[in-house]
Write a protein that binds this ligand. Structure first.
Ligand code: F6R
Length: 632
């Protein structure tokens, strides 16, 4: 469907237009390319309406996805004079009940992230109110609809998409013609919001949202999705059947809508995951590897047993044409995987290695076996904990540690009344905290200490001595909130100094696309930039990436597979156990309820199983790595 939005998207650089979806879809290389594109669509509309001297009416979302768009619009306002004085805005939704002044309110979010930085007039801003009485909600919602209509409807609606498939807060079961109303939030949505509220129990159960019908009345719609945790819902919405189980799928019935996604969120689309199914493609070795591994899984045969018919019957005849026979191609993929299996990840000569751990447990959770192997093999291993991880510690853990210090002082410094009363005051501040309140700097410091001591114990269990641990405490992280600052020069300088100090031969970085809070991504950017800074000083380490606690690389992405013995897996488990504050029910478990050590073991055992099914040697468990080739 060639709509005006999809036409403008097609010519956007650093992006690719996908034909085979039912909602036209544009895939952007990075989230910032996507943000620039969407901001430019908004800016074009605002300028056009300003020239005609009529208001542009915008429908706006909150959440993590549109933040880059708001940042870019603010930049355009400041640097290019983009004028919002004639813009009318309607926000999609607000939690209910919710005080507009609460740090959790979408009122606060919109003012902090957008409205306070541009010249939108206060009277032109409309956001559903979370502080109205239950008996007034229906009238308020009808009035909201009337108000949108009074401006001639929305010119452009921007949307995010929830993992429940929601747009706005139209959870599964919302009707196509639903209007603004009070709704119950889906358990998935509440879980996803838990981190922002410091615990799922604090997330409201209700919200006021524009309906699917209200959204579909907009003249143009751009729905955005970032990150691989959105990949499966993007596929359901963009290319499967229209169903009220996935509200976003109703966009397939809108004449002028566009899905704008980054490459991680696009990963499950047929044209991306199995492009050979949808047409002729330009083969390269990476795609060939992906296709042959896919085929092996599809027909349930190990690589070296694949036959010509398997290729012919599964859309891969193009590969036979290219290579003349299947023998060569299956051998090539098999040999590549075999060569990637590596029991001496830093070689035979003693090397200096830095493992960068975004939070103080990613090192052992995601590559603890390799860490143990490297230390056992006599390499000089350093671990750089990039952030304190202080916001992920429960109050009850802080309280227990304060109790310990209290008892300790009573035991050894009974007369130190100053310290004792300080501890009492800290305990009191926890007791008087309301659900969802932010911690003060002192409490964050205590929580950071808890994680620091756990990390030290975890590293020692993995064989890395305390003097090789560096706690970088990168400034971008220190907001005391879930949302973090973007990467800054000071973050990069701290990492560059560490690279200068250690002059590593090899580094390991969490190259993560799916960390729910973006911290891993920022940490990876800090290292990438710092490596760039020090390369002129002849510091050019081998750069390996591992996945954080949430996902594993796909088999075709893996360039190095480090086999783990049962004993190493057990030692890794012991190291993970040292992170007591993250055990049982971690603060930020993401969508997966399993404990981190269980996830780590399932994941490494699963990779070993996949390798074995491909016809490669049978290992107990495997940790996977990919080399950094210029993109995450
Ligand atoms: C926000 C909203 C929601 C979000 C969706 C995705 O106003 O209506 O539909 O767009 O939950 O949230 P993020 O962007 O945080 O993943």
């Amino acid at each position: 469907m060639a709509t005006d939005i999809s036409r403008s998207a097609r010519i956007t650089p650093k992006s690719k237009f996908v034909r085979h979806t039912k909602v036209p879809t544009q895939i952007f290389e990075t989230s910032s390319d996507l943000a620039k594109f969407v901001a430019s669509v908004v800016a074009d509309l605002v300028r056009k309406k300003n020239e005609q001297n009529i208001p542009a009416v915008l429908g706006l979302p909150t959440g993590s996805t549109p933040l880059g768009v708001y940042r870019e619009l603010i930049r355009m306002h400041n640097e290019e004079g983009l004028d919002f004085s004639n813009v009318i805005t309607f926000n999609l939704d607000e939690y209910w009940p919710m005080d507009p002044d609460s740090i959790h309110s979408y009122h606060k979010f919109m003012h902090e992230n957008f409205f306070d930085h541009v010249n939108v007039k206060q009277e032109n801003i409309h956001i559903p109110r979370g502080d109205i009485a239950a008996e007034d909600v229906d009238i308020f919602c009808e009035e909201y609809e009337r108000l949108i209509e009074s401006y001639g409807g929305l010119d452009l609606q921007l949307l995010g998409i929830g993992r429940s498939g929601h747009i706005g807060f139209n959870e599964p079961g919302s009707a196509r013609n639903s209007l603004t109303r009070l709704v119950n939030l889906d358990p998935i949505t509440r879980r996803d919001a838990a981190s922002g509220f410091f615990g799922e129990d604090n997330v409201p159960h209700h919200a006021i949202t524009m309906g699917v019908g209200s959204i579909l009345s907009a003249k143009k719609i751009i729905i955005m999705a970032l990150g691989e945790h959105k990949a499966s819902v993007v596929k359901r919405a963009a290319e499967m059947e229209v169903t009220d189980e996935v509200s976003a799928s109703f966009l397939q019935t809108h004449a002028n809508s566009l899905f704008a996604v980054d490459s991680a969120a696009a990963a499950e689309l047929t044209a991306v995951k199995t492009p050979w199914i949808v047409g002729n493609i330009e083969w390269n070795s990476q795609l060939e590897k992906k296709a042959v591994i896919w085929l092996s899984n599809e027909v349930g045969k190990p690589l070296l047993k694949l036959e010509t018919d398997d290729f012919l019957h599964n859309h891969l005849h193009q590969l036979i044409h290219k290579y003349g026979s299947v023998a060569q191609i299956r051998q090539r993929v098999f040999d590549g995987l075999l060569e990637g299996i590596c029991t001496r990840p830093a070689g035979t000569e003693p090397q200096r290695v830095i493992v960068f751990s975004p939070h103080p447990d990613d090192d052992v959770i995601s590559m603890g076996g390799t860490l143990i192997t490297l230390a056992d093999q006599g390499h000089e291993v350093y671990i750089a904990y990039m952030t304190s991880g202080n916001i992920a510690v429960f109050d009850h853990d802080a309280l227990r540690h304060l109790d310990f210090v209290h008892e300790f002082h009573k035991l050894f410094h009974a007369d130190d009344t100053k310290v004792l009363s300080h501890i009492e005051a800290l305990k009191e501040s926890i007791a008087s905290k309301n659900a969802g309140d932010l911690d003060n700097a002192e409490m964050l410091g205590i929580k950071g200490l808890i994680r620091k001591t756990e990390a030290t114990a975890g590293a020692q269990a993995a064989g890395v001595p305390e003097e090789h641990l560096r706690f970088l405490d990168l400034p971008f992280y220190n907001t005391g909130q879930v949302s973090k600052k973007p990467i800054g020069e000071d973050d990069i300088a701290i990492v560059a100094d560490l690279l200068r100090e250690v002059r590593p031969h090899q580094i390991y970085v969490a190259g993560d696309l799916s960390d729910p809070h973006g911290t891993h991504r920022v940490c990876a950017e800090a290292v990438i930039n710092a490596v760039d800074v020090v390369k002129s000083e002849e510091i050019t380490p081998e750069f390996w990436m591992y996945r954080g606690a949430w996902e594993e690389y796909e088999p075709h992405e893996i360039e190095r597979a480090v086999p783990l013995s049962p004993e190493v897996v057990l030692r890794k488990r012991e190291a993970i156990f040292k992170h007591e504050s993250q055990k049982d029910s971690a603060f930020y478990p993401g969508s997966d309820k399993r404990e981190f050590w269980v996830r780590a073991e399932d994941r490494t055992r699963n990779t070993a199983k996949i390798y074995n099914q491909l016809g490669l040697p049978e290992y107990f468990a495997i940790e996977a790595f990919k080399q950094y080739h210029g993109e995450l």
